[in-house]
Design a protein around this ligand. Sequence first.
Ligand SMILES: C[S@@+](CC[C@H](N)C(=O)[O-])C[C@H]1O[C@@H](n2cnc3c(N)ncnc32)[C@H](O)[C@@H]1O
Length: 269
Amino acid sequence: MTLATSDFDYIRHAVQRESAIVLEPGKEYLVESRLAPLARQIGAESISGLVGRLQRGEPRLLDKVVDAMTTNETSFFRDNYPFDMLRTKVLPELVAQSANRHIDVWCGASSSGQEPYTIAMVMQEVLPSSFTSSLLATDISEEMLFRTREGRYSQLEVNRGLPVTMLVKHFDKVGTDWQVKPALRSTVKTRAVNLSQPFPVLGAFDVVFLRNVLIYFNPPTKAAVLQRVRQVLRPGGYLFLGGAESTLTIDDAWERVVHDRATAYRPRG
Ligand SMILES: C[S@@+](CC[C@H](N)C(=O)[O-])C[C@H]1O[C@@H](n2cnc3c(N)ncnc32)[C@H](O)[C@@H]1O
């Protein structure tokens, strides 16, 4: 399937309107490789056919296109350092300061669940038994949220970053895959949240993970998302971003907190 410029333009504008994901000219190959399987799956003869159906407003087709265009790359304990900081600084500090013995964590853009389950494992390790907690995992992709609820991962996926001790403790072998045990799975709640839109009522959080997603947005969207995150973060709370992301030059209402080799952010003042 080859992609006409007009089809590429239609798709990149539609995807950006819906999800804020920016597809610059030059990304035609990406759109083509991601949408050709979807076109086949829905019985369209070409990507042009798919675009025609999008233009006619076929229900839910734009969601599928956005889903196909998201990059879901993730792994357990991705980059390690943020989770060391969570374990050795952030959670102990929040525990010491907590008046009501409760911690709320939000993992936005949680992809297939490796990141929220990593957080859940660390929380279980660190939080005293007298504490309660909540852990919300959100993504724009329903397919990724379904995978998160299932908590089922291939050998290859668990080999990427998950220490064997944690695999044995928190996972059951299911056929050739590994599934998060029900006890840990029940601590992660999922919800569809599009970061590029005003947030639905989510509550307030002590820690927010929003890693490796701002990179797909343009500067005004990054700033708007960071501003919305500030409104749901409790005073004294922490924000973790991806290794290639920063609040610097985007939203100066944040201060950097460096701990060993990890960086987190807190609202100033
Ligand atoms: C590269 S993954 C990052 C996963 C995980 N946070 C990590 O760092 O390993 C990016 C995720 O962002 C999600 N995403 C992209 N645009 C989004 C949006 N507008 N709102 C919410 N999630 C979005 C994608 O569906 C994908 O799961």
